[in-house]
Design a protein around this ligand. Structure first.
Ligand code: BTN
Length: 259
């Protein structure tokens, strides 16, 4: 049985304060982040969520493509206008929201790979987050693999990806999963910026990378060391091979055993 995305079915499952006050579902679009960006520029109020059944030009971090096949996952973007200056807090907050939102559907606790990937099983990615911002608004884009089977992943992601269905052995009504994630995001968003400390501790507690030896690539900079935690602003704490500590604020991290 397949379940189509339906804004009324998602809305009926939670009572949003901000995130999810309006929900739009497109059958197909290039990228939900682009749609949300246009709404942001047109002055739309924060909290609107744009879903697409499929995206023809879904994008990930670092210029990567994000495959967004119809009917299998949740591909959506949230328009936010945080009153505080630091939009960077949004991406860790969204990661915690996705992890909390999918936990009830899983036999295991979702883990977070800094800065904003959600991992399940044997170090496999089930969701990614792409935050983009303009002067006075931010877009949080989420791609979550829900009902994928192994055949739905091809190319280099086949060895690194998973889905809620693969980990749990069940298929899910995506409306239910969407409502659960949005409800968590709405709850967390209301606690920011004063609640960022709690977001950081939950990211640390759910961390895939904590106490692992990693290599990090960030612009022209690359380093390796042991992950010792996440700092109060959301940066990754690294003990370098020379013994110095470094806080990394962006980049691509690979745990050595994942190479
Ligand atoms: C990543 O892991 O690199 C981030 C992936 C983000 C994908 C989502 S799908 C919905 C939204 N629209 C996009 O084009 N990208 C994000």
């Amino acid at each position: 049985m397949t379940f189509g995305l339906d804004p009324d079915k998602i809305s009926a499952r939670f009572s949003p304060s901000i995130i999810g006050r309006e929900i739009q579902v497109y059958r197909e679009t290039a990228s939900t982040n682009d749609v949300a960006m246009r709404l942001g520029r047109a002055g739309m109020a924060e909290g609107v969520v744009i879903f697409a059944e499929s995206q023809t030009a879904g994008r990930g971090r670092l210029g990567r493509q994000w495959k967004s096949a119809a009917g299998l996952g949740l591909w959506f973007s949230v328009l936010l206008r945080p009153r505080w200056a630091d939009f960077s807090h949004l991406s860790l907050a969204a990661a915690v929201a996705v992890a909390r939102g999918i936990d009830p559907f899983l036999p295991e606790r979702a883990r977070i790979k800094w800065p904003n990937d959600i991992y399940l099983g044997e170090d496999r990615k089930t969701a990614g987050i792409l935050c983009e911002s303009s002067r006075d608004f931010a877009i949080v884009g989420v791609g979550l693999n829900v009902n994928h089977s192994w055949n739905d992943f091809d190319g280099e992601i086949a060895d690194r990806a998973t889905s809620l269905a693969l980990v749990s052995g069940q298929h899910f009504d995506r409306n239910e999963v969407a409502a659960s994630v949005l409800a968590e995001f709405d709850r967390i968003y209301q606690t920011l910026p004063n609640g960022f400390e709690a977001v950081v501790s939950e990211c640390t507690e759910r961390s895939v990378l904590l106490h692992r030896f990693v290599r990090i690539q960030s612009g022209g900079f690359s380093a390796s060391g042991m992950v010792t935690g996440i700092d109060r602003d959301g940066g990754l704490r690294l003990r370098l091979e020379n013994g110095f500590e470094k806080i990394v604020t962006s980049g691509e991290v690979v745990a050595m055993e994942m190479l």
